[in-house]
Design a protein around this ligand. Structure first.
Ligand code: C2E
Ligand code: MG
Ligand code: MG
Length: 565
């Protein structure tokens, strides 16, 4: 008897031999979304598909075996029938022919089913193999750009080093980071940012040979591996090509975007002795390129490590300074240019590194910002400045407003607003006595959050000044929407007053401030001529060595008149 076995095929399984359609859609969807959740979902779908395909292939192999068994049964049954008929000895020619025909038909049917099952089984095996390949590809490539990621790069770098050792060649690693990419993401949105990254990825690939690897290291960092180079000059040549290619405008939707690269290069076996060191050194060199002005390349040299060690020591020192109260504030007067009266005091941070060594902020601020220590340091500055201001008021000393510098990182940090409120409450300083100075570029980091924070500060009653005005690249329409009280003209323009360009810029900023009914303070006034120019252009206030240098609180107190005297 032929057994009809029920096939165990799930309704989602494709019997048409095109099981990968869903995977193809999935891959292009993933390229469009490019987010981590999407990547994970896509990986899970491919993974499930691979499992289903493997299961189905197994089912079909089982079915195949069943059919072979059925064919054997048919043959066996035919033999039985034959034997029975012979034994009975009463078969007629007609019966014999009919039985033979039935047997042949059954055998044909069984054979056909066997062939179909074999074909299906092969299709499913191919599908499972392809799905597995796709899974491996997804695990090693970036969804957004389709470029290899860290793991694959590490693998290729290791191979390249082995080959270079054998052939006596060098391996070059080019580490690159987009300059100010965050501004584009923050101001134009992540969708535009993603498209820009895709556009950059394409240009990078177009600059190198097929045998080179362009990989994405996450965010706006890319790494290019040149597995066989003769010398450092070959890598420099590629770096120049990359800078030039990426600098051409990128047309994304209605935007014509410009972006530059900072590049670090390290070469195996020159200086960098293994894969890990090659990557680390290229990264350090890239950091150097950033610090020395961006839009350039730097080849790694050992003194860059010395700088890394130095930065580490400064960071440790800043931790200690916080714990051991080694920070102090100095105060510099702001004056009314018409009357010479003090209108405010700017609190400026100093680090008392040793009894005779006072370090100014430009020497440690970037390390404080990079390490995140600026948040704690900034809280200390704000509290100390408010405490001192309240103490002057309680002593009857009139100083106008106390100005405190806030870095972008602090300003955008989660607890910033609540710590301003707490500090004002704790010290008892009236909010209108406090002015917060934020730089132009600091305000442009995240226009939405910045606007919300600025309005919340205004609701509290705190004033806001834009520091170093004219040096950032702010979008003026954004600036007009911010509730700003004061523009501080950057000292570089004030010091250029002796030249025509400086005069023109300073007078434009003064006129703009007057039109917008905002206070304009000229920073860095050093000479009589600068003072006279500012006064004649009706600039309201000034700050600079001409009026007074930053000094310790006790000394500043002497400059303040006692109320009623
Ligand atoms: P800033 O806020 O623009 O402060 C003015 C800087 O110019 C101060 O440098 C001041 O000493 C200096 N200065 C004032 N008048 C003159 C002048 O006539 N000529 C010249 N050449 N310089 C003058 P300082 O104290 O070294 O501070 C540098 C920058 O560090 C500040 O620039 C500010 O951006 C930042 N900073 C200072 N204190 C703090 C702080 O507590 N927190 C934060 N986040 N940043 C701070
Ligand atoms: Mg300032
Ligand atoms: Mg300034």
């Amino acid at each position: 008897m032929i057994r009809k076995k029920k096939k165990n095929v799930s309704p989602s399984k494709d019997r048409t031999g095109k099981p990968l359609e869903a995977n193809e859609n999935l891959s292009s969807q993933g390229m469009a979304t490019g987010n981590t959740l999407g990547e994970r979902e896509a990986w899970i779908v491919v993974h499930e598909k691979a499992v289903l395909s493997r299961e189905e292939a197994a089912d079909l192999r089982e079915e195949d075996a069943d059919l072979r068994e059925e064919a054997a049964d048919v043959r066996e049954e035919a033999a039985d029938l034959d034997e029975k008929a012979q034994r009975a000895g009463r078969k007629t020619e007609k019966e014999k022919a009919a039985r033979k025909a039935t047997t042949e038909a059954m055998l044909r049917e069984a054979n056909e089913q066997l062939i179909i099952a074999t074909v299906h089984s092969q299709t499913m095996t191919d599908a499972a193999e392809q799905a597995t390949k796709q899974m491996t590809h997804l695990a090693e490539h970036d969804f957004l750009t389709g470029l290899p990621i860290r793991v694959l790069l590490a693998d290729r770098l290791a191979q390249a080093i082995t080959l270079a050792q054998r052939h006596g060649k060098k391996v070059a690693l080019i580490y690159l980071d987009l300059d100010h990419f965050k501004h584009i993401n923050d101001s134009l949105g992540h969708e535009v940012g993603d498209k820009l990254l895709q556009s950059v990825a394409k240009r990078l690939q177009a600059c190198v040979r097929h045998s080179d690897t362009v990989s994405r290291h996450g965010g706006d960092e890319f790494v290019v591996l040149l597995p066989e180079v003769e010398d450092v000059q070959s890598a420099v040549h590629i770096a120049e090509k990359l800078i030039e290619a990426v600098a051409k405008p990128h047309l994304i939707g209605n935007h014509r975007l410009h972006i530059t690269l900072s590049i670090g290069i390290s070469i195996y076996p020159d200086v960098s002795k293994d894969a890990e060191e090659v990557i680390r050194n290229a990264d350090s060199a890239m950091y150097y390129a950033k610090k020395s002005g961006r839009n350039k390349y730097q080849v790694f040299t050992p003194n860059m490590n010395i700088r890394t060690v130095w930065r580490h020591a400064v960071e440790q020192g800043l931790h200690q300074a916080l714990d051991q109260s080694k920070f102090v504030l100095h105060y510099q007067p702001k004056v009314n240019l018409a009357t010479g009266a003090i209108t405010g005091a700017e609190a400026l941070l100093r680090w008392q590194r040793s009894p005779h060594r006072l370090v100014i902020p430009t020497q440690f601020m970037s390390i404080a910002e990079d390490s995140g220590l600026i948040i704690q340091i900034g809280k200390w500055v704000l509290r100390e400045a408010c405490r001192q201001a309240k103490a002057w008021l309680q002593a009857g000393r009139e100083f106008g407003q106390i100005s405190v510098n806030i870095s972008a990182k602090e300003f955008l940090s989660k607890g910033f607003l609540s710590s301003v409120r707490t500090i004002l409450d704790d010290t008892g300083l009236e909010p209108h006595r406090l002015e917060i100075e934020v730089t132009e570029s600091g305000l442009m980091h995240d226009a939405q959050q910045t606007t919300a924070t600025l309005f919340a500060l205004k609701d509290l009653g705190v004033d806001i000044a834009i520091d170093d005005f004219g040096t950032g690249y702010s979008c003026l329409s954004n600036l007009w929407n911010f509730p700003i009280d004061t523009f501080k003209i950057d000292q570089s323009f004030v010091q250029d007053i002796d030249g025509d360009a400086g005069e023109a810029i300073v007078s434009v900023i003064i006129a703009m401030g007057m039109n917008l009914k905002q206070r304009v303070v000229a920073e860095g006034v050093e000479t009589e001529r600068q003072f006279a120019f500012l006064k004649s252009h009706c600039c309201a206030e000034g700050q600079g060595y001409y009026f007074g240098r930053p000094v310790a609180a006790e000394e500043f107190t002497k400059l303040l008149t006692v109320n009623g005297s």
